[in-house]
Design a binder for this molecule. Structure first.
Ligand code: HEM
Length: 342
């Protein structure tokens, strides 16, 4: 039988292991900077390796969230670590929103330093909180009582998808044909989503999704989670920050100052996002934003199927198939956004 001392040291080791993704997130701006430098000096193989490092931050966080979600006994440190790891997972969009805020505050060239400061504060706060409560066992919570919020979140999602989001993503698919083709489609779609009746409702629904999504994610913090449950919560957490960051960029950074928010603006044309050390951060931000949106919808559909008593095996298979199919669609959108043309 394991002694109490060895159990304590095991849990110390596992706490340290789960802190690795957050420690890696501290260097996120420098992985992007290395990627930009290596790509612009045509060291493509090395650039791809550093791009892998960029994606290793959310990737490592996802692996850690999966491991944390499988534990039989829910300990206080597990819940605190999960919160930190969700924040780590959303690093790509957090770095964008931080960059825009600093730009608006006219603080230039200090994104990396501010990022490190914020991460050190988060790591310090997490470690101190864990030290104060280490080993405390919590009851594993069910999230069944959140059903009404889940239903409202689902209905709002359906309205957003039908009124705007499917069209918005179809619009971005035209990016691989060219900025002009994208613009022609956008000008037609704008008649609907920019109308004085639709836009305020749409924005209200997006804000509701952020708030209700965070409430739902928090209710899952203390429950056991399989890989698709983690994908659902992690993609939701990502979207909450992505949407806040994207709306801030569209409405505050651009439209408020009279900048036209077209495809050229969003993807830094004519030079492209790969040609500027600031803009390069938009690549993982958009890539994960689009892919995780699809993944989130697929996971939501899985919940609906499960609620209608579809066998878990079948519901999971439908979800994985949708995630796979939507990966292809995301790849086309991202290829267009980074400058690929057909
Ligand atoms: C490659 C990915 C994406 C790009 C390049 C992009 C780009 C843009 C652009 C250029 C606009 C301004 C449109 C206009 O002025 O008419 C916009 C607006 C918007 N986008 Fe995106 N977008 C992307 C993905 C997403 C995703 C995944 C979401 C939601 C989860 C989203 C939500 C919105 C919303 C709510 C607006 C404001 C619409 C309005 O004017 O009322 N976008 N986006």
């Amino acid at each position: 039988m394991q002694s109490a001392a060895s159990r304590a040291s095991c849990s110390r080791v596992s706490v340290c292991l789960h802190l690795v993704p957050a420690l890696m997130a501290v260097g996120y701006p420098w992985y992007l900077a290395m990627f930009y430098r290596l790509h612009s000096t045509k060291h493509i193989a090395e650039a791809l390796l550093t791009l892998a490092l960029v994606f290793a931050v959310p990737g490592g966080a996802f692996a850690s969230l999966y491991a944390l979600g499988r534990t039989e006994t829910l300990r206080f440190e597990g819940v605190v670590l999960r919160r930190l790891t969700y924040v780590t997972f959303v690093s790509p969009s957090l770095f964008v929103i931080l960059g825009v805020f600093l730009y608006l505050m006219k603080v230039n060239g200090k994104d990396g330093q501010v990022w490190v400061g914020l991460w050190l504060a988060a790591l310090c706060g997490t470690s101190l909180t864990i030290l104060g409560h280490r080993g405390e066992v919590l009851p594993v919570r069910s999230h069944e009582h959140m059903r009404p919020v889940r239903v409202m979140h689902g209905i709002a999602a359906l309205v957003i998808l039908l009124v705007f989001l499917v069209a918005h993503l179809v619009n971005h698919t035209f990016g691989v044909i060219g900025a002009e083709a994208h613009r022609e489609v956008m000008l037609i779609l704008r008649i609907i989503y920019r109308s004085p009746f639709v836009e305020p409702v749409l924005l209200t629904l997006f804000f509701f999704q952020i708030v209700s999504g965070l409430v739902l994610a928090e209710s899952r913090m203390g429950s056991r989670q399989g890989i698709l449950d983690v994908l659902q919560t992690a993609s939701g957490a990502y979207l909450a920050v992505f949407i806040a960051s994207h709306l801030n960029a569209v409405f505050v950074l651009a439209r408020y100052f009279g900048t036209e928010t077209d495809y050229a603006w969003a993807t830094a044309l004519p030079d492209g996002m790969l040609a500027d050390p600031w803009d390069v951060r938009l690549i993982p931000h958009y890539a994960l934003g689009v892919w995780l949106l699809f993944a989130h919808i697929a996971c939501g559909l899985r919940m609906v199927l499960l609620a209608h008593r579809v066998e878990k095996r079948k519901a999971d298979a439908v979800c994985w198939a949708l995630v796979l199919a939507s990966t292809l669609w995301s790849a086309v959108i991202i290829a267009g956004a980074v400058g690929a043309r057909v």
